[in-house]
Design a protein around this ligand. Structure first.
Ligand code: ADP
Length: 550
């Protein structure tokens, strides 16, 4: 199948390209005027894979038309022989049966189009001459010209009607201009195209609609490409990009003028594992849009393509990298949650079973201790989960008061003794440190999260420091460890939801990747800030700054 171009070469300088469905007229003075326009008009048609039909009338006969066209189209005889072009006198076309019958003539044009399409041509280009028309037929003929507009609007047809100036009065000229989109007139030694007001109105309405559609198209968040098949020897070898929107320019990292007219292979995101040619062959044959997902470098795209006309395609690209990453993270998270809950649960179950089998007073405290620790761990995990759900549903309600960090720190570490290895923690808090303005429960959560990370991600026995001090008129709390640290590329992400470093995952240290996310949200709810510094191999320091109580 041939890829049809939406715009056709008219062959006429003053008009250039025109869309299918164009209906124009020429006012001529003599035979030369007719040849001036019609010869290049049909030459362009024969060069553009179209079928042609030239209906002649006085002052230009079939023979003269044929020889003038033959002078510029060397293989005209062959085209005539296989009816690629027909050149015939008006009475063989308009007045078949001895009179003008509008329906029969219109059906005749339509039949020519169907025949041309069936033979693999793009469409039909015709001309008719009205010199035969007698005044008595004028009203019928104007009606016919009007009807042509309705018929050819959706067909691959170009129609050029020629009117002899000598035979048209002012009324006729007005009628003719009104029923055609352009009128070609000879003025000041050259041809000019006069637009009818109807055409101008339609063109304005179209421009307005085009403007609205373009606004929509340009503001689509999907990268959108309109392209056509590029054929070589009847085989599609690539695609030529005809139109793109701003989102596609951003995706391709190129400007529109660097994209249009280029091949898809050069411009479409370099995608691994997608054979575009076979994909669009599938699209060409499909009634429904075809969807697929592909990766290009580090990005993942969801692609949707369909074919609005044979050989033409619309392809939409959506960057779904973040969405896919979030889905993967969510899956990892759910796996981690179930693992995190299952481990203490099996410890509880094993301890209880062994107590049932051997209710020995000697092992009882140890077993019960294990059960209590496992329960505490599960409670902490469940608290994290409900905290995160609460954070997602709106601002954190705080019960603030002045908290003296000296007392708060000492009490907290004492309370944690059962659950964490608090012997590793060194606390330094200056005596004259102002109290912080905080919700003590939330503050405990912040400090516990940071302390347990510091203990968890460093070698057993190594020191963890909790230092407090002033930061201008605020109060700073730093938690420093001597662990493996965090590599610079991971550091900006440690506060992201579900983020865990590769190193943490590799060491098998348990965690859900939500502790620091919750910590930061709680700190910020207090109007404070949190930062992390780390030197791989030497340790990390998390620093929280909170407002002092007035
Ligand atoms: P998790 O439950 O995984 O500990 P967090 O949100 O508390 O989740 O921490 C996110 C990630 O940041 C951890 O998985 C770990 O990779 C890294 N991280 C946090 N604190 C430290 C630390 N003190 N030392 C090294 N890595 C840390």
């Amino acid at each position: 199948m041939h890829a049809t171009t939406p715009l056709r070469d008219s062959g006429i300088d003053r008009i250039g390209q025109m869309p299918w469905g164009t209906h124009l007229c020429q006012f001529y003075r003599d035979k030369d005027d007719l040849l001036d326009i019609l010869v290049p008009y049909f030459k362009a048609g024969l060069e553009s894979n179209e079928c042609c039909m030239w209906v002649t009338s006085d002052p230009l006969g079939v023979d003269e038309a044929t020889s003038a066209l033959g002078a510029v189209v060397p293989d005209l005889d062959r085209h005539l022989a296989d009816e690629r072009i027909q050149i015939l006198p008006y009475d063989h076309w308009y007045l078949r049966g001895g009179h003008f019958d509008m329906r029969r003539v219109l059906d005749g044009w339509k039949a020519r189009v169907d025949e041309a399409l069936a033979r693999g041509f793009d469409g039909v280009r015709v001309t008719g001459n009205t010199a035969w028309l007698e005044a008595a037929h004028w009203a019928d003929f104007t009606e016919y010209e009007d009807a042509i507009n309705g018929v050819i609007r959706d067909l691959p047809v170009l129609v050029a009607c020629t009117y002899g100036l000598g035979r048209c009065g002012a009324t006729e000229i007005i009628d003719v201009v009104g029923t055609h989109q352009f009128a070609l007139v000879h003025r000041g030694g050259r041809w000019e195209a006069v637009e009818s007001t109807e055409r101008r109105r339609v063109a304005e309405a179209l421009r307005e609609r085009e403007h609205r559609l373009r606004l929509l198209f340009e503001n689509l968040s999907s990268g959108c490409v309109y392209h056509r098949a590029l054929e070589d020897g009847g085989r599609t070898v690539d695609y030529v990009l005809l139109e793109v929107n701003a989102a596609f320019e951003r995706m391709a990292g190129l400007r529109r003028d660097q994209i249009l007219g280029r091949r898809a292979g050069e411009v479409m995101p370099a995608v691994h594992g997608v054979d575009w040619v076979s994909m669009f062959q599938r699209v060409a044959g499909a009634a429904e849009p075809v969807r697929l997902e592909c990766r290009s470098g580090l990005r993942t795209y969801s692609v949707l393509a369909y074919s609005p006309a044979p050989g033409f395609f619309v392809t939409l690209f959506d960057d779904v990298t973040e969405r896919r990453k979030a889905e993967e993270q969510r899956e990892d998270f759910l796996r981690a949650v179930s693992h995190d809950l299952r481990t203490p649960l099996s410890a509880i179950s094993l301890s209880a079973q062994s107590l049932l089998r051997r209710p020995d007073p000697e092992v009882l405290p140890r077993r019960l201790n294990r059960i209590v620790n496992a329960c505490e761990h599960m409670t902490a995990t469940l608290d994290d989960l409900s905290e995160i759900a609460r954070l997602d549903s709106g601002p954190v309600p705080l019960k603030r008061r002045a908290v003296d960090l000296g007392r708060f720190g000492a009490e907290l570490v004492a309370r944690l003794a059962g659950a964490l290895d608090t012997s590793r923690i060194t606390i330094t808090i200056p005596e004259d440190l102002p109290a912080v303005d905080a919700d003590p429960d939330r503050l405990e959560r912040i400090v516990v999260n940071l302390l347990s990370n510091a203990l968890k991600y460093s070698t057993p026995g190594s020191e963890v420091r909790l230092d407090c001090g002033r930061d201008g008129d605020r109060v700073a709390i730093s938690i420093t460890d001597r662990g493996a640290g965090i590599v610079p590329e991971d550091l900006p992400h440690v506060f992201d939801r579900f983020f865990r470093t590769k190193a943490a995952r590799a060491t098998g240290v348990q965690g859900l990747g939500i502790g620091l996310y919750i910590t930061r949200a709680l700190v910020e709810a207090h109007g404070g800030s949190i930062t992390a510094e780390s030197e791989p191999g030497r340790g990390s320091c998390f620093r929280v700054v909170l407002p002092a109580a007035s």
